[in-house]
Design a protein around this ligand. Structure first.
Ligand SMILES: Cc1cc2nc3c(=O)[nH]c(=O)nc-3n(C[C@H](O)[C@H](O)[C@H](O)COP(=O)(O)O)c2cc1C
Length: 265
């Protein structure tokens, strides 16, 4: 599986079948994680953790022992770089038949940060279980998915624009299919903050902010979502793209912030 099929097949998996992650799969995932780059050139440190051995708790996840977590030095664009890289890892895991869920809130953060030996100038944005999906979702997982409408996404007319924010991108646009990959990206509480304005061969990404996602230190969880969206777009083009931070200076709706642009090569 690859491309759109892989993107549509991925979902957050919260119920696992209880099998230990094989040594082979663990090595494959870590090998991939260590080889990963992100267009921001920001270094991220990845580590596999064990729920039992590291004393972790994640109430929303059933029957998974292995977790992967990443940490990064606090700096500008750390959120986007992290989201980009973690989603790259998620789609790779999906291609191996492994289940994942990006978790930023519903875990014992203190225990995870201790296991990651987090320093005061670092942040551990999200963690994920790694394992083999169970045949049947737990009742809690089913309820959670309903609660955030996890199986649906905003209409493309609300997300994608042609040259300016007052012109929705026509369905006949050559980048419609590519943007469909962005539309199906995962986001915190399924808020889908990404908005994209296409001008020529460049897609300009904006964050439509939801209240309550920026903490006291200025860390913006929805920028992790933005990094995920940027990766989905780049993935659709086999990463034959250039990411640049050059605000095109068009008029932007209130509450929207320019993030980055991706040019096709
Ligand atoms: C940055 C980020 C943080 C998330 N945090 C949590 C979390 O704390 N707990 C949880 O159960 N799911 C979490 N999720 C998963 C989202 O709820 C999920 O991606 C969204 O509802 C869409 O569903 P899907 O991934 O199955 O397509 C998070 C996702 C992202 C991208």
């Amino acid at each position: 599986m690859q491309g759109m099929e892989l993107v549509r097949h991925r979902r957050s998996v919260r119920t696992f079948d209880g099998r230990e992650l094989t040594k082979e799969d663990a090595e494959k995932i870590m090998g991939f994680a260590l080889s990963m780059e992100n267009p921001y050139g920001i270094q991220i440190e990845w580590k596999l953790l064990s729920l039992r051995e590291d004393g972790l708790t994640v109430p929303v996840i059933v029957e998974a022992d292995t977790y992967i977590a990443g940490k990064v030095k606090r700096q500008e664009h750390a959120e986007e770089a992290f989201g980009y890289a973690f989603e790259k890892l998620f789609l790779y895991a999906e291609s191996m038949g492994l289940g994942t869920t990006m978790i930023a809130g519903t875990m014992d953060r203190t225990a995870f940060e201790k296991a990651m030996q987090l320093e005061s100038d670092e942040v551990m944005p999200c963690v994920s279980p790694l394992g083999y999906p169970a045949q049947k979702m737990s009742l809690r997982e089913t309820m959670m998915r309903k609660g955030v409408k996890a199986d649906s996404r905003l209409d493309r007319k609300e997300l994608f624009f042609d040259g300016s924010f007052d012109r929705p991108l026509p369905e006949s646009s050559p980048c419609s299919e590519l943007l469909e990959m962005v539309r199906w990206a995962p986001s915190a509480v399924n808020k889908q903050p990404w908005r994209v304005v296409v001008i020529g061969t460049t897609a300009h990404f904006y964050e439509a902010k939801t209240k309550g996602y920026v903490d006291a230190t200025g860390w913006d969880l929805q920028k992790v979502d933005m990094g995920i969206a940027l990766y989905h777009y780049a993935y659709g083009l086999d990463e034959k793209v250039r990411l640049k931070i050059e605000d095109p200076g068009i008029r932007v709706p209130e509450g929207c912030q320019y993030i980055a642009s991706i040019e096709r090569l």
